[in-house]
Design a protein around this ligand. Sequence first.
Ligand SMILES: [Zn+2]
Length: 249
Amino acid sequence: MFSSNDLERYSRQIILKKVGVLGQKKIQNAKVLVVGCGGLGTPVIDLLCRAGIGEIGMMDHDKVSISNLHRQVMFNSNDVGKHKVNILKKKINKINKKVRVKTYRIKAEDKNLGKILKQYDVIVDGTDNFKAKFLLNKFSIKYRKKLIIGAISKFEGHIFTFDFSLEKSPCLKCFYQGEPSEGVLDCETDGILGPTAVMTGSLQANEILKSILIVGKDLSSHILIIDLLNLKFRKVLFKKRKRCICENI
Ligand SMILES: [Zn+2]
C-alpha cells in the first residue's frame, strides 16, 4: 500500500493512464542494476530514484574526478576524489529514502558479474567501453534479463533495448559483428557535451520505466541513434545473426 505522502510524491506519474497505482506498484517492485555510474549512469539513477524504483544496484570502482563534473549530474566539486557509488548512495537517500540501494565498488568482470546481475530484473549499461558492454551482453543473455545499453561520443548517442526473455531478441554482438576498435565512442579522447550524455541517459531511463510498466513500443531489434549536432533521430533495424552468442536463447 502507498502512504498518502507516496501518492502525492508520485501523483504526476500515477495520473498517467499508462502508469496508475498498478504501474507505480510495478516500479516499486522493480530491481535495476546500473553498471557504470558516470555520464549515462547518473541521469539514469537520478530519474529512477525519483520515479520510486524499489531497488537500485550500482557498480563502479571509480572515484569522481574534476573532469567528470561538466556532465555527471549527481556530483559536485566537494565529491572529487571520493568513490562514486558512496556519494550516490548518500544522494539517493536525500532524493527518495524509500529506494533500497546496493553498491558494488568493483569493476565488472567475468568472475564477479554473473552472481550480481542475476539478482536484478533490468540491467543498465552506463559503461564507457565495449569490453564491459559485451560482458553485460553475455551475462544478460545467460540469465535472460532485459538490457538497456547506451553509448555516447561527441554529439551522438546510441541506445539499444534487449529483452533476452524473448527468443527472437538479437543482441549487441548481432549489431557489432567484430570488436569495435579501441577508442570507439571514447569520451576521453573524442570529447562529449553534457546534454548528449544526459539526454542519452534520460532515454535509457525512459526505456527502463517502459519495460517495467510494459507499455509503449521498445527498441527491440533497433538501434536508436541521436545526433544532437544536427538534431537527427534515427531508428535503424538490425536482425538476429546466425551463429551469434544469442542464437540459443
Ligand atoms: Zn546476437
